[in-house]
Design a protein. Sequence first.
Length: 80
Amino acid sequence: MVTQQEAEELAKRHMQDYLNACSLNTVADAGNALMKLCSVAGVALCATVGYDEAVARLYATAQFIERRMHNTKFEQARTN
């Protein structure tokens, strides 16, 4: 099994490849594509660890985002 850091780097790389393949035109397009990625990952998580565990993990992720990202400023830039 890869380390947490290696898994994060792989996820970032694959997410960037996915977004590039989506031929996005707007920030809204990117948001929609990322939401679809979350949805598909959530369904896969249910199939892998079961409904209760998947919901608990996704809920914990939402709480993390709520607590840590609330006042975070991001610079939007194209990378391709």
